[in-house]
Write a protein that binds this ligand. Structure first.
Ligand code: MG
Length: 380
């Protein structure tokens, strides 16, 4: 492995040479770092390709100019990687975590997750973040010598960003930080914030484009209004969507710059020198300054109230509800409606005769359009 790729990283960055390794032992890669190999395995996975046809906010067939889970994921990876480079953290690991962070999402966005969780209430529930981990550890089924993608410990741990203590006990070492109350790596912390920066800003753009929110409404959001004023001062004749685009560009730049400066300040103030210092820290280290944090919270509240609760977006929620409920009950009544290879393999090899979990995994893996087609097929 060309260790020199990682020689110049910060002392608190994660390096392949210090990795806790893979569950199934493999020969080290010849020309890549271990985390680079993880990143590339994720790109070649089936779950990654399906992100193209999964909803972010707007259903895939509503228009091809909106973000999908795939384009959202690429934007998260871009912001995370650029920030990792500026902070001298491990770019390959950051990118691997970012590319895998939404793999476990159901069709129809958060609405889909909520309804699948309620279908699974008596059978262990459903949570997309935990599902991302299931996919890379168990459900991807293409390598000869191991199940899943056999990714490094640090990549798997970074993907599991939330976990209850109860669940953590079942997951073992990959979730031990939730029991021991330790922080995740800086690379994982960074990816969480990059996710937030990406979706807040692309939801502004998509929301305006879809005419669910307006520039006039956004004038009540200081983070947007201040950057729009700067844009119009610099380009007084600018009009239409370019104003939105330039404003969003400035917001992302402001957020990323603040994130880098404030995180560097935290690293110095908290005297962070090693990975252990990161793990033992009481607080998150990769974080916005208080001023920007408040502006960002204000933007999130605006989007929650005006976009995510918009009647047209809620309409999708009600559609997701009956489609997923119907699919779940049809498969429970007859699991043989699932492809034969799939249910036989998953029932025996992965889920130890847990029929509900096999069905949940199958539905969670669907794209929006496949779920719609399958519903038509079963309920025509
Ligand atoms: Mg995301």
């Amino acid at each position: 492995m060309p260790n020199n790729i990682e020689n110049n990283l910060a002392s608190y960055a994660l390096k392949s040479s210090n990795s806790r390794g893979r569950k199934y032992k493999e020969e080290p890669p010849m020309l890549r770092s271990e985390y680079q190999r993880d990143r590339e395995r994720i790109i070649h996975s089936t779950a990654f390709r399906r992100l193209e046809y999964k909803t972010q906010v707007f259903v895939n067939h509503e228009g091809d100019m909106y973000r999908t889970r795939l384009t959202h994921t690429i934007e998260v990876a871009q912001i995370a990687r650029a920030t990792a480079r500026a902070l001298n953290l491990n770019e390959d690991l950051t990118e691997a975590i970012a590319l895998a962070h939404d793999l476990g999402h159901t069709p129809f966005g958060h609405a889909g997750q909520d309804i699948l969780n309620s279908c699974m209430k008596e059978f262990g529930g459903f949570e997309h973040n935990i599902q991302s981990l299931r996919i890379i550890e168990k459900l991807e089924n293409k390598y000869a010598s191991f199940p899943g993608l056999n990714l490094c410990f640090e990549t798997r741990e970074g993907i599991l960003k939330k976990c209850s203590k109860e669940r953590a006990k079942k997951f073992g070492v990959v979730a031990s930080r939730f029991i021991e109350k330790k922080q995740s790596s800086l690379e994982a912390q960074l990816t969480n914030v990059a996710d937030e920066i990406a979706y807040n800003n692309h939801d502004i753009q998509d929301g305006i484009k879809a005419k669910k929110i307006s520039v006039e409404q956004l004038e009540e959001v200081p983070l947007f209004f201040d950057q729009m004023k700067i844009t119009l001062k610099k380009y007084p004749k600018l009009y239409g969507s370019k104003i939105v685009h330039e404003t969003v560009r400035l917001i992302i730049n402001l957020l990323v710059t603040d994130l880098i400066n404030n995180s560097n300040k935290n690293i110095i103030d908290l005297n962070i020198k090693t990975i252990s210092d990161v793990r033992d820290s009481n607080d998150l280290i990769i974080n916005f300054s208080d001023g920007i944090k408040n502006l960002n919270i204000n933007l999130k509240k605006f989007l929650h109230k005006n976009l995510y609760k918009h009647p047209d977006v809620l309409e999708m929620t009600s559609q997701a509800n009956y489609i997923i409920k119907d699919l779940f009950s049809a498969y429970i009544a007859d699991i043989k409606l699932l492809p034969k290879d799939y249910y036989q393999y998953n029932l025996k090899k992965i889920n130890k005769n847990d029929k509900e979990r096999v069905i949940c995994d199958y539905i969670a893996g669907m794209t929006d359009r496949f779920a719609l087609q399958e519903h038509i097929k079963l309920y025509k």
